[in-house]
Design a protein around this ligand. Sequence first.
Ligand code: RUB
Length: 307
Amino acid sequence: MHSEIKKTIDDIKALKIQGARNIAKAAVNALLLQIKYSKAKNPKAFYREITSLSEILADTRPTEPMMRNALDDACRFLSGEAKGKKSIDATKKNFAARETGFLQKMDEDAKKLFEYGARLIPQNAVVMTHCHSSTVTGILKKAKGKNIKVIACETRPRYQGRVTAAELAKAGVDVTLIVDGAMNLYMKKADLILVGADSITSRGDLINKVGTSALAHVAKMHDVSFYSAAELFKYSSMTFYGTREKIEERDSKEVWEKPPKGVRISNPAFDVTAAKYINGYVTELGIIPPQAFFTLATQKLGIKIYE
Ligand code: RUB
């Protein structure tokens, strides 16, 4: 494996690249790098290279269906190409064009989503968020002109909330960072909760950074609306037949480098928020109820339940 591709893999694992959308984009870019460094002599060998790289990439973060869907889409396309009688050069060229187009479409979808999200936020609103979601910060930056105030939870143990706070402050958005334990206290000031999404199940449940479900429950207690910004590509198709999305368990050292003897540490990266706590998903098609996510996502992903 070329060192440039290896670096992408290591950076995803180490959270230097984080957030579902950035991870999915990095994975597609790694496939594009493989075109450059491939030694395959024919389309079939190239297809094998891409599928095995896709498997390695998908394993870097287990709870990331957007990456998995993007990689599956790429492999499906290439499988069709490899069946024909094209030369290796033509196959690589078509694959490069397809994946570059895929990345462009992702950006176009994100732009639409930012627009819908910004329209949702009222004038002078106090918006509370958790972790770092590039989709959420995209929306909040777009809504800046509405004189909004943002409260960002710091998000233990990796403090992605600091990334959110720094990015928003740099963009001129009024932002206050709070410790996760202060979320109930600050909920009283909030008009709306907006978080990102790693995975959406067939029931419309949300899987996002651990602490998201606590935020949703507290929001319900205070009657504050709770929204998640999620492109349809974040749909986890395996949940349709009952398979649960695996919750990534990260290194305990992220929580406590050298804990005293006898202290066990658990470090789940994500948790599940039931659809009943969610007012809506902000998607590239507009704001939709959790129950509609499955239908629209399967259409977008081209998943056929009936042949
Ligand atoms: C990030 C996280 C984000 C989603 C959405 O977790 O939970 O809310 O990934 O991000 P981690 P985006 O830091 O462990 O990757 O909106 O950028 O896709």
